[in-house]
Design a protein around this ligand. Structure first.
Ligand code: PMT
Length: 408
C-alpha cells in the first residue's frame, strides 16, 4: 500500500522511541522507503544501527556528522510524509518557535516552509503535556497545518497516569497512509455497520452468525484515515475500536435498526456491512429453557422475521446520500446481488462470494464484485479486507463527485 513511498522518520529523545522501531518495521512491510533522522538525545536511548538495520537506509545524524551538507534539503524534498515519533516537548517547542538548531529541526522547518505533510506523534509526561507552553505550541503547530496523532492516555513510562503516551505504531501507520493517499473524504460523514447481530432466545442462548466484523471495521478505519467523520455501529465482535471513530455497540437487529435510523439523517454515506440476522426467536424466554421444555425444538425455535433495515432506509428521502449494501452469497452471487441492489434501491452493492474459505466471514481477505446502480460489474481479485475497503471507498468518492455536479 505504501510501495516505494519515501517516508522520513524523525526520532527524538523519548522513551517511546522503542515503538518507533516497530513503526519502521511496519512501514517497510508496507513497501515504504524509510529514511530516519536522529537527534543527539535520541541516540542516548538507542544506537542508529537499529534504525539503519530496520530501514535498510543510512540514518541521518546531526550536522557535522553528515556526509553531505544539503542532506536536510535532499531528504526533506524526497519525503511524501515527514513523521516525527516520538515528538518530545522540546521538539514541539523548537518547531513552534522556528528554532532550527540541529539536523531534524532544520529539516522540519524547511518542510514546513514548503508545506510538505508533517505528522507529529507527541510523547511525554502527562504534566508536561498539560503545561500551557506545550498546549500553546500544539495549537500553533495545528494552525500551521501540521498533523498530530495522539497522544493517548494511560500508564506512562515514568509511572504516572494520564495523557502523554505515544500512539501505537499501527495508528501512526494508518495516519501516514491517510496523508499519502489524500483526505478525499474530508468533511464527509460516513455511517458503517459491522459484525453480526445476536437474537436472544433466553438469557443463555442466541441466534447469530459467523461475522467477525473485520470487513466493516476496515471500512470504518480506512474511511477515517481518508478524512471522513465515521460512526461505526457494531454488533458483538472481538475487535478493538479503530482510532478516531465513534463506536456504537448494539446486539440485536432491532437495536441496529433503531441506531441506524437515528444516525442516518446526519450522514452522507451509509455502508451496511453488518450481517443482520434475517430471523429471530418469536419469543424471548426470561428464564433459561430447561432441556425437558426443549423436547420439541419446533416450539422452542419458532421464528419471526427481523426488519430489513437497508430496505426500509432506502425508502427515506435520499437527498444526495449514498447507500451501499453487501450481499453475502454462497451461490449465484451476481444474480442474487443484483436482485438485492434493485430491491433495496442502492447506489452500489458489494457482492461477496462467501463460498471460498479465504473470502467472506472471519478471514482477513475477501473476494468481491462491485455492482453499481446501472448493474456494471467490477470484479476484484482476492484482497486483504483493508484493500477491499479502499476500493469501495474509491467508488464512494466517485459517486459523491457525481452528486456535486449540477444537472445538465
Ligand atoms: O464480518 P466479517 O467476518 O469480516 O465478514 C464480512 C461479511 C461477510 C459479513 C460482509 O462482507 C458481508 O457480506 N456483509 C453482509 C452480510 C449480509 O447480511 O448479507 P445479506 O445478503 O443477508 O444482506 C444484504 C444487505 O442487507 C446487507 O447490506 C445487510 O447488511 C442488509 N440487511 C440484511 C438483513 C436485514 N434484516 N437488514 C439489512 O439491512
Amino acid at each position: 500500500m505504501l510501495k516505494d513511498t519515501p517516508i522520513l522518520l524523525g526520532l527524538t529523545g523519548g522513551i517511546a522511541i522503542y515503538k518507533s522501531a516497530e513503526l519502521t518495521r511496519l512501514l517497510r512491510r508496507e513497501g515504504a522507503e524509510v529514511y530516519c533522522v536522529m537527534t543527539r538525545n535520541s541516540r542516548r536511548f538507542v544506537q542508529p544501527l537499529l534504525f539503519e538495520a530496520l530501514s535498510q537506509n543510512r540514518v541521518a545524524l546531526d550536522e557535522g556528522e553528515v556526509a553531505h551538507p544539503f542532506d536536510h534539503i535532499r531528504l526533506s524534498e524526497k519525503a511524501r510524509v515527514f513523521v516525527v515519533a516520538p515528538a518530545t516537548a522540546n521538539l514541539l517547542g523548537k518547531l513552534a518557535s522556528g528554532v532550527a538548531d540541529n539536523l531534524l529541526t532544520t529539516m522540519l522547518t524547511y518542510a514546513l516552509g514548503r508545506r510538505a505533510p508533517i505528522l507529529l506523534a507527541p510523547a511525554m509526561n502527562a504534566n508536561m503535556y498539560k503545561s500551557p507552553a506545550v498546549q500553546e505550541n500544539l495549537r500553533r503547530l495545528k494552525k500551521w497545518g501540521i498533523h498530530l496523532v495522539g497522544p493517548a492516555s494511560g500508564e506512562l513510562a515514568c509511572g504516572d497516569e494520564g495523557p502523554g503516551r505515544m500512539s501505537e505504531p499501527e495508528e501512526i501507520l494508518d495516519r501516514i497512509k491517510g496523508l499519502v493517499h489524500g483526505l478525499d473524504l474530508a468533511g464527509r460523514k460516513i455511517l458503517v455497520t459491522a459484525g453480526p447481530t445476536r437474537e436472544p432466545l433466553d438469557p443463555i442462548r442466541v441466534l447469530s452468525n459467523r461475522s467477525s466484523g473485520k470487513m466493516g471495521y476496515e471500512l470504518a478505519r480506512v474511511a477515517a484515515r481518508r478524512g471522513a467523520r465515521v460512526t461505526l455501529v457494531s454488533g458483538p465482535t472481538q475487535l478493538a475500536a479503530p482510532p478516531g471513530i465513534n463506536l456504537v455497540r448494539i446486539e440485536t437487529a432491532e437495536e441496529l435498526k433503531k441506531k441506524t435510523e437515528e444516525l442516518y439523517p446526519q450522514t452522507n454515506v451509509l455502508i451496511m456491512a453488518a450481517a443482520v440476522a434475517d430471523f429471530r426467536p418469536r419469543r424471548f424466554h426470561s428464564q433459561k429453557q430447561k432441556k425437558t421444555e426443549m423436547k420439541s425444538a419446533d416450539n422452542l425455535l419458532e421464528l419471526s422475521s427481523t426488519p430489513d433495515i437497508l430496505k426500509e432506509i432506502s425508502k427515506y428521502p435520499r437527498r444526495g446520500r449514498v447507500l451501499i449494501g453487501f450481499a453475502a452469497e454462497s451461490e449465484n452471487t451476481i444474480p442474487n446481488a443484483k436482485a438485492k441492489l434493485q430491491a433495496k434501491n442502492l447506489d452500489l452493492i458489494v457482492a461477496n462470494d462467501v463460498s471460498r474459505p479465504e473470502s467472506g466471514f472471519e478471514v482477513s481477505t475477501n473476494q468481491v464484485c462491485l455492482i453499481s446502480a446501472d448493474e456494471k460489474i467490477e470484479e476484484l481479485p482476492l484482497l486483504p479486507k483493508e484493500e477491499v475497503a479502499e476500493k469501495i471507498l474509491d467508488r464512494v468518492v466517485k459517486i459523491l463527485e457525481t452528486r456535486r455536479r449540477p444537472k445538465p
